[in-house]
Design a protein around this ligand. Structure first.
Ligand code: NAD
Ligand code: IPM
Ligand code: MN
Length: 360
């Protein structure tokens, strides 16, 4: 049956990187005779400009009825003064929440060709392969009450609520343990259980769920230490599981180990296997419109989409191989450039991946 993929280019570098990923999808579709069709919709700042809201009903309906979604990035200075309730980011959070995409997988893998691009010494990152499992639809991002209120003395106070229910913790824990079973069989749960009650409960539930996965080793680590360990000795980790905000922060740090935030893809899944796929980075307003952004995180997100939501494993493998071959050829966008390599634009990088795919 023909699968439906919804494309959400978004803002800033979003449209630039997404068009390269779409070219790669078209190529793999022709090459393997895959049955999927692409549709497109507005999300974020571009949706605000066109319709007044960051997540138009039409986009949400299309998202709900698609098998998978590929997103660029949203946000930018043009919309930064808007209230948080109607900012571009609210559109992204809305789609995650409405589709219940609670399981966010962020694989930080160092391509050996990029060892020199990492800000850490090559021996610290060589062979790096970490999976960050981030809870994506709960925690402090969504907890109620939230807002800004005026106190009796006239001073304003901002507040958010960090809350997780047992069932929310249990389902993300299962994603982490099941992922670990397919790889290094270690889960490190990251929390702040020395201070925050919500993460005391988190730790308790992780211990409980671990009993169902005796082949997986569970450890716990405080988030401040985890941030330090990620840059000290990142290869100690296999799967890291954590809440929404800690996962946001740690995955950007992990991205840098791989050479650039422009290399880190992600999958956000719900219980029925429907997923949204996006690079971990944002809309990069500082380089938008210049044609120099790295499209590989988005192309690798498209590969994850084929693997997880369309069950097209061969297609995903081929795209990942094509990316590796392009890196072998010495092609580098500015963010992963090092001496002796050939600097290329977003478009040239995308075209090189398409050509490498064709050659496979
Ligand atoms: P950012 O990730 O957009 O950029 C951080 C730095 O990384 C910038 O210097 C940027 O040029 C660089 N960078 C990011 N992606 C790159 C790529 N593919 N190639 C080369 N360099 C790249 O983070 P920010 O500047 O904090 O946020 C900018 C906007 O993006 C904000 O509005 C933010 O809310 C939004 N944002 C959106 C998402 C998303 O849509 N998933 C994620 C993060 C941030
Ligand atoms: C990400 C982004 C988003 C998040 C923002 C844009 C809402 O930083 O996907 O990592 O914090 O989840
Ligand atoms: Mn982030």
């Amino acid at each position: 049956m023909t699968k439906k993929i919804l494309i959400l280019p978004g803002d800033g570098i979003g449209p630039e990187i997404v068009s390269e990923a779409v070219a790669v999808l078209e190529e793999i579709k022709d090459k393997l005779g895959l049955a999927f069709e692409l549709d497109e919709a507005l999300l974020g700042g571009s949706a605000i400009d066109a319709t007044g809201v960051p997540l138009p009903d039409e986009t949400l309906e299309k998202a709900k009825s698609s098998d998978a979604i590929l997103l660029g990035a949203v946000g930018g200075p043009k919309w930064d003064e808007l209230d948080t309730a109607i900012r571009p980011e609210k559109g992204l959070l809305g789609i995650r929440s409405q589709l219940d995409l609670f399981g966010n997988l962020r694989p930080a893998i160092l391509y050996p060709q990029l060892a020199d691009a990492s800000s850490l010494k090559p021996e610290i990152v060589a062979g790096l392969d970490i999976l960050i499992v981030r809870e994506l639809t709960g925690g402090i991002y969504f907890g109620q009450p939230r807002g800004v209120r005026t106190l009796e003395n006239g001073e304003r106070e901002g507040y958010n609520t960090y809350v997780y229910s047992e069932s929310e913790i249990r389902r993300i824990a299962k994603v982490a343990f099941e992922s670990a079973q397919k790889r290094g069989k270690k889960v490190c749960s990251v929390d702040k259980a020395n201070v925050l009650e919500v993460t005391v409960l988190w730790r308790e539930i992780l211990d409980e769920v671990a009993k169902d996965y005796p082949d997986v080793e569970l450890s716990h680590m405080y988030v401040d230490n985890a941030a330090m360990q990620l840059v000290r000795a990142p290869k100690q980790f296999d799967v890291m599981v954590t809440g929404n905000m800690f996962g946001d922060i740690l995955s950007d740090a992990a991205a840098m180990l791989t050479g650039s935030i422009g290399m880190l893809p992600s999958a956000s899944l719900n219980e029925s296997g429907q997923g949204m796929y996006e690079p971990c980075h944002g809309s990069a307003p500082d380089i938008a419109g210049q044609g120099i952004a790295n499209p590989l995180a988005t192309i690798l997100s498209a590969a994850m989409m084929l693997r997880y939501s369309l069950a097209e494993v061969e297609a995903a493998d081929l795209i990942e191989k094509a990316v590796s071959n392009v890196l072998d050829q010495g092609l580098r966008t500015a963010d992963i450039y090092s001496d002796g390599m050939q600097k290329v634009s977003t478009r040239e990088m995308g075209e090189a991946v398409v050509a490498a795919l064709r050659a496979l």
